[in-house]
Design a protein around this ligand. Structure first.
Ligand SMILES: Nc1ncnc2c1ncn2[C@@H]1O[C@H](COP(=O)(O)OP(=O)(O)OP(=O)(O)O)[C@@H](O)[C@H]1O
Length: 217
């Protein structure tokens, strides 16, 4: 999905290459983990693949469509329709309830589907919390809400950046299992940046980054 990707940043007068000629292909339904030391470029690469950021050169494709040549409006539609996101710090909308947060991607796409939202609330075990606001939830409950939201529109691919990084071991295991189970039901591919070896052990493939390059796949 990413071909010959490079990304540079400017720090003072210096130009630093932080992604260097990375090629990465993710098959439909595949679960790929990206590992590597802090600062090796994992989050930057995820941002490029998820079209949250533009590469300096190279291209990103999703199902044959070249994303890196699209403008921001067109990308917003693709992110909404074909992608799901889970972040380390949950990123729920603070004024919306659990049910409203999960429904949000369908609502902005004008595709309300109450039955689908209810199904997911039950699947992540938050039936009793459906009308709670994010600040009334534990970290694990917030991340389970984020997992349901990421899968609600049955995306082609889900991107997760350290999804268990703010959770204790038990909550981390529960959130990850839900993410894996739900994406298997939907058939989405899953790309996860993590430092967690337990998670890497469950992946179809592990990509290791070092200093902006893929060093092992
Ligand atoms: N906007 C920016 N300006 C300057 N440097 C940046 C910028 N974004 C990223 N970097 C640098 O690029 C490198 C890669 O960053 P990135 O966040 O992708 O690494 P990472 O592997 O995800 O690290 P971590 O595991 O700590 O989250 C780091 O050295 C970082 O400091």
């Amino acid at each position: 999905m990413g071909t010959q990707l490079t990304k540079t940043v400017h720090v003072g007068e210096q130009t630093l290459a932080i992604i260097k000629d990375v090629n990465i292909h993710v098959n439909a339904g595949e679960f790929v983990v990206i590992m590597g030391k802090s600062g090796s470029g994992k989050s930057t690469l995820l941002g490029l693949l998820a079209a949250l950021d533009y590469p300096d050169s190279g291209s990103v494709e999703l199902s044959g469509q070249v994303l890196s040549s699209l403008d921001e409006d067109a990308l917003a539609v693709i992110r909404q329709r074909d992608m799901g996101f889970v972040f380390q710090s949950f990123h729920l909308l603070p004024t919306l309830t659990v049910a409203e947060n999960i429904a949000f991607p369908l609502d902005i796409a004008r595709r309300p589907n109450k039955a689908r939202v209810d199904e997911l609330i039950d699947a992540v075990g938050l039936g009793h919390r459906r009308n709670s606001l994010p600040n009334q939830l534990s970290g694990g409950e917030q991340q389970r809400t984020a997992v349901a939201r990421a899968l609600v529109s049955q995306p082609k691919i889900v991107f997760a950046d350290e999804p268990t990084g703010n959770l204790d071991e038990q909550n981390a295991a529960q959130v990850m299992q839900l993410l894996l189970d739900l994406r298997q039901q939907v058939g989405s591919a899953l790309v996860v940046v993590t430092h967690d070896p337990a998670l890497a052990a469950m992946a179809d493939r592990v990509i290791t980054m070092h200093d902006g390059r893929v060093v092992a796949s």
